[in-house]
Ligand binder design. Structure first.
Ligand code: CP
Length: 309
């Protein structure tokens, strides 16, 4: 991985930990250039990409597909139910097969944390792996689109007060964002139920009561409550969660007028955030979704550049 003439070159994108600040800023600037209308480079040869989503997705899956098409890639959508995965073929053997067929980029979402390690460490798999989310592990493309959205607003990260709020334990978005935001100089707070906070977050920021820090925040980043990853015996009341930890209209009124509200979506309206706030003037939730296409174009372009290097 490197940056040459301002353009990032990547072999794979599996975790934010693997990216330098220079690479992150290079990807954000390239995504912003695509948003501003910069033309894409013409591909030197036919290049196949495949999207393998083993967990449901709307934003990540479709924005990668659109980004691939905008870059001129040939896209193979992978339907796990209709594939030999349903006959017991492993992910490793599936990627080995797609690689042998000529696929050069595989975008993968899996419920299995670190699924990518055996793929990128294999001597026999040469296609690039782009992580579209691994369980509660990492979600690097979401992190990069979040960073792009924050940078568009403030033009910096250094010194910003950012709260990451909610289902911290189960959130790959929190894991990717906390590490990179801290590296970029932001001051982080974590809020939400104490049961969803653990010592692993201490090195990145401070656990706080949301009502005490709201007036200081530049960014209030809400996380989806991930019921699918919870123990089914855990009791949960949407109304109680909303009143104790959610962004209610009263809490939003305590934010600075310049503060922005973010959420990776899908949103549980009236749980993490009041229904009326999802599309309010301070919300950047829809902008995050749009930025996802440009960010994923920048990621894929960097992967293609990495293959040529
Ligand atoms: N934010 C996000 O990853 O959304 P999807 O699950 O719809 O891709």
């Amino acid at each position: 991985m490197s940056v040459k003439n301002g353009l990032v070159q990547l072999s794979n994108l599996t975790s934010m930990e693997a990216l330098t600040q220079e690479e992150v800023m290079g990807l954000i600037k390239r995504a912003s250039a695509f948003k501003a209308g910069t033309a894409v480079f013409e591909l030197e040869k036919q290049t196949f990409a495949s999207n393998l989503f083993f967990e449901n997705s709307t934003r990540t899956h479709h924005s990668f597909h659109i980004a691939e098409r905008k870059l001129g890639l040939d896209v193979l959508e992978f339907d796990a139910q209709a594939s030999s995965i349903s006959k017991g073929e492993t992910l490793y053997d599936t990627i080995l097969t797609l690689d042998a067929l000529g696929v050069e980029i595989c975008v993968i979402r899996s419920g299995v944390e670190h699924y990518y390690e055996e793929l990128v460490n294999s001597e026999n798999i040469h296609c690039a792996i782009v992580n579209g989310g691994d369980g509660s592990g990492q979600h690097p493309s979401q992190c990069l689109l979040d960073l792009m959205t924050i940078y568009e607003e403030f033009g910096k990260f250094e010194g910003l007060n950012i709260a990451i709020s909610g289902d911290l334990t189960h959130s790959r978005v929190a894991k990717s964002n906390m590490m990179m935001l801290k590296k970029l100089g932001a001051k982080l707070y974590f809020t939400g139920p104490a049961a969803w906070y653990s010592e692993e977050f201490d090195q990145y920021g401070r656990y706080a009561n949301i009502d005490r820090i709201l007036p200081e925040l530049d960014v209030h980043m809400l996380l989806r409550v991930q019921h699918e990853r919870h123990d089914s015996s855990e009791s949960f009341s949407k109304a109680v969660y909303h009143s104790q930890f959610g962004l209610t209209q009263d809490r939003a009124a305590a934010l600075k007028p310049t503060a922005i509200i973010m959420h990776p979506a899908p949103v549980n309206r009236d749980v993490e955030i009041a229904d009326a706030l999802v599309e309010c003037p301070q919300s950047r939730i829809v902008q995050q979704m749009s930025n996802g296409v440009y960010t994923r174009m920048a990621i894929l372009e960097a992967i293609i550049a990495g293959k040529k290097a």
